[in-house]
Write a protein that binds this ligand. Structure first.
Ligand code: ZN
Length: 102
Protein backbone atom coordinates (compact mmCIF):
# COMPACT_ATOMS: atom_id res chain seq x y z
CA UNK A 1 0.00 0.00 0.00
CA UNK A 2 1.32 3.43 -0.93
CA UNK A 3 1.26 5.82 1.96
CA UNK A 4 2.88 8.90 0.50
CA UNK A 5 0.02 10.83 -1.07
CA UNK A 6 -2.92 9.13 0.62
CA UNK A 7 -4.78 11.01 3.29
CA UNK A 8 -4.12 9.67 6.76
CA UNK A 9 -7.38 8.25 8.03
CA UNK A 10 -7.23 6.84 11.55
CA UNK A 11 -7.93 3.18 12.17
CA UNK A 12 -11.10 4.01 14.10
CA UNK A 13 -13.45 6.92 13.60
CA UNK A 14 -16.31 7.59 15.98
CA UNK A 15 -19.08 8.58 13.64
CA UNK A 16 -21.27 7.55 10.74
CA UNK A 17 -20.81 8.32 7.08
CA UNK A 18 -24.06 9.59 5.62
CA UNK A 19 -25.16 11.29 2.43
CA UNK A 20 -26.95 14.58 2.82
CA UNK A 21 -29.40 15.61 0.14
CA UNK A 22 -30.55 19.18 0.15
CA UNK A 23 -31.80 22.14 -1.81
CA UNK A 24 -29.45 25.06 -2.13
CA UNK A 25 -32.18 27.69 -2.41
CA UNK A 26 -30.94 29.25 -5.65
CA UNK A 27 -33.70 30.02 -8.06
CA UNK A 28 -33.69 27.97 -11.22
CA UNK A 29 -31.22 25.45 -9.86
CA UNK A 30 -31.72 21.82 -10.77
CA UNK A 31 -32.59 21.14 -7.14
CA UNK A 32 -35.68 23.37 -7.00
CA UNK A 33 -37.95 20.62 -8.30
CA UNK A 34 -36.85 18.40 -5.48
CA UNK A 35 -35.75 15.68 -7.86
CA UNK A 36 -32.06 16.39 -8.25
CA UNK A 37 -30.92 17.49 -4.87
CA UNK A 38 -27.36 18.35 -4.03
CA UNK A 39 -25.58 15.49 -2.38
CA UNK A 40 -22.67 15.68 -0.06
CA UNK A 41 -21.13 12.87 1.89
CA UNK A 42 -20.41 13.79 5.47
CA UNK A 43 -19.13 12.23 8.61
CA UNK A 44 -21.81 12.59 11.25
CA UNK A 45 -20.64 12.49 14.84
CA UNK A 46 -21.85 13.67 18.18
CA UNK A 47 -19.98 16.00 20.44
CA UNK A 48 -21.30 16.87 23.88
CA UNK A 49 -24.71 15.58 22.93
CA UNK A 50 -24.90 17.51 19.69
CA UNK A 51 -24.80 15.99 16.24
CA UNK A 52 -22.19 17.54 14.01
CA UNK A 53 -21.08 16.98 10.46
CA UNK A 54 -17.88 17.31 8.59
CA UNK A 55 -17.75 17.17 4.79
CA UNK A 56 -15.73 14.35 3.34
CA UNK A 57 -13.72 14.80 0.18
CA UNK A 58 -14.68 12.04 -2.30
CA UNK A 59 -11.24 10.50 -2.00
CA UNK A 60 -11.64 9.94 1.72
CA UNK A 61 -15.18 8.59 1.87
CA UNK A 62 -14.28 4.91 1.59
CA UNK A 63 -11.48 5.06 4.13
CA UNK A 64 -13.50 7.01 6.68
CA UNK A 65 -16.54 4.75 6.19
CA UNK A 66 -14.34 1.71 6.79
CA UNK A 67 -12.86 3.29 9.93
CA UNK A 68 -16.35 4.13 11.19
CA UNK A 69 -17.38 0.53 10.53
CA UNK A 70 -14.39 -0.76 12.49
CA UNK A 71 -15.34 1.59 15.30
CA UNK A 72 -18.85 0.11 15.40
CA UNK A 73 -17.45 -3.43 15.48
CA UNK A 74 -14.99 -2.54 18.25
CA UNK A 75 -17.70 -0.82 20.20
CA UNK A 76 -20.03 -3.81 19.91
CA UNK A 77 -17.25 -6.07 21.17
CA UNK A 78 -16.52 -3.73 24.06
CA UNK A 79 -20.20 -3.58 24.98
CA UNK A 80 -20.35 -7.38 25.11
CA UNK A 81 -17.22 -7.53 27.22
CA UNK A 82 -18.54 -4.89 29.61
CA UNK A 83 -21.94 -6.54 29.86
CA UNK A 84 -20.13 -9.70 30.91
CA UNK A 85 -17.98 -7.70 33.32
CA UNK A 86 -21.13 -6.35 34.87
CA UNK A 87 -22.92 -9.71 34.99
CA UNK A 88 -20.10 -11.32 36.97
CA UNK A 89 -20.27 -9.18 40.12
CA UNK A 90 -24.06 -8.97 39.90
CA UNK A 91 -24.32 -12.74 39.80
CA UNK A 92 -21.76 -13.20 42.57
CA UNK A 93 -23.28 -10.58 44.84
CA UNK A 94 -26.76 -11.83 44.10
CA UNK A 95 -25.64 -15.34 45.03
CA UNK A 96 -23.95 -14.08 48.20
CA UNK A 97 -27.12 -12.31 49.24
CA UNK A 98 -29.19 -15.42 48.71
CA UNK A 99 -26.53 -17.29 50.67
CA UNK A 100 -27.85 -15.44 53.67
CA UNK A 101 -25.81 -12.64 55.16
CA UNK A 102 -28.75 -11.01 56.86
ZN1 ZN B 1 -29.40 23.82 -6.02
Amino acid sequence: MAESDEPAVPQLVRGTVVTHRRRCGKRGCRCTGGEQLHESVVLSYSERGRTKFVMLPPGEVAAVAAAAERYRAEKAGLERLCAYGLAVPITRLGAARKGGRA
